[in-house]
Design a binder for this molecule. Sequence first.
Ligand SMILES: Cc1cc2nc3c(=O)[nH]c(=O)nc-3n(C[C@H](O)[C@H](O)[C@H](O)COP(=O)(O)OP(=O)(O)OC[C@H]3O[C@@H](n4cnc5c(N)ncnc54)[C@H](O)[C@@H]3O)c2cc1C
Length: 361
Amino acid sequence: MEVDYIIVGQGLSGSFLSWKLIKAGKKVVVIDNASPNVASKIASGVINPVTGRRIVSTWMIDNLLPYSFEAYTAFGSDLNATLISQKNILDFHPTQQMQLAFKDKIPVENNYLRCNEDEGELKKFFNFNYGVGEINPCYLIDVSLLISEWRTQLIEKKVLLEEDFKSENLAIISHTSESDLPIEETVEYKGIKAKKVIFCDGAKGAENPFFKLLPYAKNKGEAVIAEIDGLPRNNIYKHGLSLVPWKDNLWWIGSTYDWNFSDLNPTAIFRIKAEQTLQHWVKLPYKVVGHLATERPANLERRPFVGLHPLHSSIGILNGMGTKGCSLVPYFANELTAYLLNNTPINPLADVQRFRKILSR
Ligand SMILES: Cc1cc2nc3c(=O)[nH]c(=O)nc-3n(C[C@H](O)[C@H](O)[C@H](O)COP(=O)(O)OP(=O)(O)OC[C@H]3O[C@@H](n4cnc5c(N)ncnc54)[C@H](O)[C@@H]3O)c2cc1C
């Protein structure tokens, strides 16, 4: 069998990249091991344009936000599914100081921050003392639906292999030329010949022999899943933890950002913290029905890894999406596709060539 690209991983990155390449008429095989415990299947799916205690716009958000809207709408139309909806964040200030800090930022981040004028209505559902700010627009992505519907299409197209990709079965074939032109490479994996293999293997990328020297700094996140009947589902609510409308009419409550962890198991400490937050904050009865935990493919620079390996023109990567995969993946899957097809440059801050020295060791 001969294809243009082998893509390893069908999380958000592998899904977007394979969709873009197939739409461009390329032959693709996707290899994914169907692990249930990966970032894309546990993410709440929020695109929030501001970040942190200092409430500043996130990197490139003025480009990423409109691009994401278009990309999820187009992907959704191919899948016959609604993947993106606007759900603004109502940010319940925990202290008077935070309330003032938010108000001070409104003129600076006036594209995204507002005062919320509807506190009377919110008092029906929540206990709070220091007012509510609004982050607008924010979007919610149905990541699980995207992955499951695209997987169905990949299976129908007979281009999905459900198995663990093992690098020891990958052969890199160098085609020497008699001219002075650079040596061309192709790959072969268990009888599948391809021009390139692109790794979209998420947190497992830190063990990938071609890219493990990249400065991954994996980060663990937990969330509990709860039933809360009667809570309006038109917003995301935030009070330390975020309360996000999730699949099957449930709510996703999270998350933690743990840099030091010994395993990926859900912890009793987080469950207690989440339940305490719900008890103090939400006036409606709730029932916790699930508890999830996994690692994010984060890195020290907080910028993605996109492009081709400096030593191997047949090996590529789309990874390092950290806490912001929902907004970064569509944009950089598009940049990588344009680079592969037309040699259009990748943003140097995301291009994996910036690690040429490290990867050449
Ligand atoms: C608790 C939590 C909450 C989050 N919330 C948000 C959020 O609200 N907004 C946001 O933007 N981001 C969020 N994120 C981050 C987001 O989930 C990630 O940035 C994004 O999903 C990364 O997608 P990915 O496809 O690059 O990696 P992954 O989702 O990890 O996908 C990698 C895929 O590769 C497969 N794979 C790996 N190795 C192999 C192999 N050897 N063989 C075959 N298959 C393999 C895996 O099974 C998986 O399917 C959150 C993450 C967590 C953990």
